[in-house]
Design a protein around this ligand. Structure first.
Ligand code: FWO
Ligand code: ZN
Length: 386
């Protein structure tokens, strides 16, 4: 079909609620947003969005594109991401990472998968590195990776306060952040360090040390899993209060929650109540392992993360009574802001046409950069989907 598409009569959350609008798509971009638009061109593909809601394509800043896991030996390595899982769950932009296993999982494979996903329509970026310090890199240097490899926007997931980390010193972490900052500057990228924060007693202590003792600004320190427990989350709110962003790991759709569990849903609500929702993002840890260890640190089993955790967590948070315009921020504009993704995260003129149409808040139709990736509940011609 042609380059011009017109989505009619759809309730638009950009994420701010804009009312019932027509959205004109020109190529990969959003061209106009208006009521009762008249379009005079030889060919327009019109899609009737009446009775539907349009939200920006979700951005997931922490996904193990090529699988992760392995904490319980080879049989616990988790499977790589199915591209259709992104689309079915309204995720149109993703950042890929390596995790615990930086031996059998490699950056080249991560890069190749990110290219395959891009060819299928979603927008992808990757972090160089893995849990370990010094980090694995493509070129031998964080700065060279950021400057020379277009998909690389930062470093992650660098593990701190975790029994699986490489027990890095503050100096080692500081050097990584400094290189990410300068590499990001030269490359015109965010240059964030996506920290995997474990349940260890020091939490994000290193991040507060860096802010206190150096000239490095908050924007490069992007800690994830900050909803792991309430204590860690509270320290994250202080970090956010000072001007940082913190990332929470969404609730997995199949996770049975005990009442006393602290989750990303509670985190978003508490951030909202403290006027800090603009400093919060959520990500899925998709295809990563969600391992369990006993008190002695012995592996006792694992689940696998799903990219569906983002949409699931957003919808559960809306059920807590916070408006979609506020809740949607944590997986759209906020994430685009911390990752400096131009043209992402909004339904607005000039932005990429990454749009999710929902019926009764269920994903029904998805456009990735102006192309239908899913239409009326059916995944369209994905050349591959494995
Ligand atoms: C988290 C990814 C964890 C992998 O702490 O970090 O293990 O490499 O696949 N997952 N290690 C999950 C919690 C946030 C629930 C990872 C994993
Ligand atoms: Zn992690």
């Amino acid at each position: 079909m042609g380059l011009i598409k017109l989505i009619r009569n759809v309730e638009v959350y950009g994420p701010k609620y804009l009312g019932k609008k027509d959205v004109l798509i020109v190529g990969e971009k959003i061209g106009f947003i208006d009521e009762h638009m008249q379009v005079q061109v030889p060919e327009v593909e019109v899609y009737d969005g009446d009775g539907m809601v349009a939200i920006p394509g979700l951005i997931d800043s922490h996904v193990h594109f090529t699988g992760g896991g392995g904490e319980g030996g080879f049989s616990t390595r988790t499977p790589e991401l199915k591209i259709s899982d992104c689309i079915k769950n309204g995720v149109t932009t993703l950042v890929g990472c390596l995790g615990t296993d930086g031996v059998t999982r490699g950056l080249e494979n991560l890069y190749a998968k990110s290219k395959a996903m891009e060819q299928a329509g979603v927008t992808t970026y990757i972090y160089t590195g893995s849990y370990r310090v010094p980090p694995v890199t493509f070129t031998g240097s964080i700065q060279r990776d950021l400057v020379l490899i277009d998909k690389v926007i930062g470093v992650g997931e660098i593990a701190i306060s975790d029994h699986r980390s490489s027990q890095p010193t503050l100096e080692e972490i500081l050097r990584i952040v400094a290189d990410a900052r300068v590499g990001g500057m030269i490359a015109g990228k965010c240059g964030v360090v996506n920290f995997h924060v474990g349940g260890g007693r020091n939490g994000i202590g290193y991040l507060f040390d860096i802010i206190r003792e150096t000239e490095i600004p908050h924007q490069h320190l992007y800690p994830t899993h900050m909803s792991r427990n309430k204590t860690l989350f509270e320290s994250g709110l202080h970090f956010a209060q000072e001007g940082g962003f913190i990332d929470l790991t969404g609730v997995q759709p199949d996770e049975e929650l005990k009442k006393e569990d602290f989750t990303a849903i509670d985190g978003i609500v508490e951030a909202y109540e403290n006027g800090l929702i603009d400093r919060i993002t959520i990500s899925s840890d998709g295809q990563g392992s969600l391992p369990h260890f006993d008190k002695e640190g012995n592996f006792t089993g694992l689940n696998v993360g799903s990219v569906g955790a983002v949409m699931y967590t957003l919808m559960k948070t809306v059920e807590r009574g916070i408006s979609p315009s506020e809740v949607l921020k944590v997986a759209t504009v906020n994430t685009a802001s911390v990752l400096k993704l131009i043209g992402k995260g909004r339904i607005a003129v000039g932005y990429d046409a990454d749009i999710v149409l929902m019926k009764d808040w269920q994903v029904n139709t998805v456009l990735c950069r102006g192309k239908f990736a899913m239409k009326d509940g059916e995944i369209t011609d994905l050349n591959v989907d494995w």
